[in-house]
Design a protein around this ligand. Sequence first.
Ligand SMILES: Cc1cc2nc3c(=O)[nH]c(=O)nc-3n(C[C@H](O)[C@H](O)[C@H](O)COP(=O)(O)O)c2cc1C
Length: 325
Amino acid sequence: MKIGGVKIKSRAVMAPIAGITDRPFRALVMEFGAGMVTSELLSANALVRESEKTTRMLPQPGEPRPVSAQIFGGEPDILMEAAKIVDETDCDIIDLNFGCPVKKVTKTGGGAALLTDIKKAERIIALVVKSVKKPVTVKIRTGWDKKSVNAVEMAKSLEGAGAGAITVHGRYASQGYSGLADWGLISKVAESVEIPVIGNGDIVTVEQADGRLKSSGCAFVMIGRGALGAPWIFRQFNEYSRAGFFGKITAVKMETVILRHLDMMTVHYGERRAVRKIRTLIGYYTKGIQGGARFREAANKTADKNSLKRLITGFFAHSGEAVLT
Ligand SMILES: Cc1cc2nc3c(=O)[nH]c(=O)nc-3n(C[C@H](O)[C@H](O)[C@H](O)COP(=O)(O)O)c2cc1C
């Protein structure tokens, strides 16, 4: 399967998640066979201003590919300038965020605010596509609110303007994360355009990923929250697609993954920041595991890497080959 000319080996891709899908996380899910990863959300304005912090968040040379860089903004010219900057970096695809419902983003006219103005959204894509060499994709929601669901119309317009693929998160913006993703509508979008559609929303198991892929007509499924604390879901999905079954994760394997994640974060952020930042992820990894709450509490108080490693090893020591997910 391809997006633009970019070959994607798995039909399950990782969703962009601000604050999580940094370089170490992206590398980890790619090791587990995700078809593609996306950067954290990058402000077009900040890129054009050459903000050091935002520039550092761009995909970097040497990281596993394919990787997409996601930008947001409300001004067509600024988005175009930012896309030109991204076009010169080590990524495969430029993704425009037309779905983020967060006020900080929509008040600039970007993210989901663009769902209310198909003509402007179309103009932006046409402008960006003609200004860059890499494929341009768009991530949308089903509409702005319940009364203005317009994903089919929007997808057709964006395809006409040159988008290489469209990701649809099956909720409208005003829903936030409440209710359920509307996979019926995602299927309608997939039926309505020729370009690959990436279906997204509420996939947390391998069986759901496989089922949604088969029933929706999407080229790919995108997994977000379901991969937090479970980056191996991509390997399990790939196994299941190939063989009809998949290996479960054991405690001993989970321990190895967390320790590896911590090492990768240390290389990227330095020890102090890595130990602080991995706390959120430890929360996801150990959710629902017996003794997890006490372990998380202790991990949150641990400030040096070696003590944290000992704590992690100690937590999993007695579980051995116990199957966790
Ligand atoms: C904490 C958080 C941060 C997110 N950040 C982004 C983002 O930066 N860009 C984006 O397009 N979507 C973002 N999303 C939305 C996800 O990519 C995805 O569309 C959504 O979580 C639904 O998929 P899921 O049910 O598999 O999680 C975010 C979601 C969450 C929960």
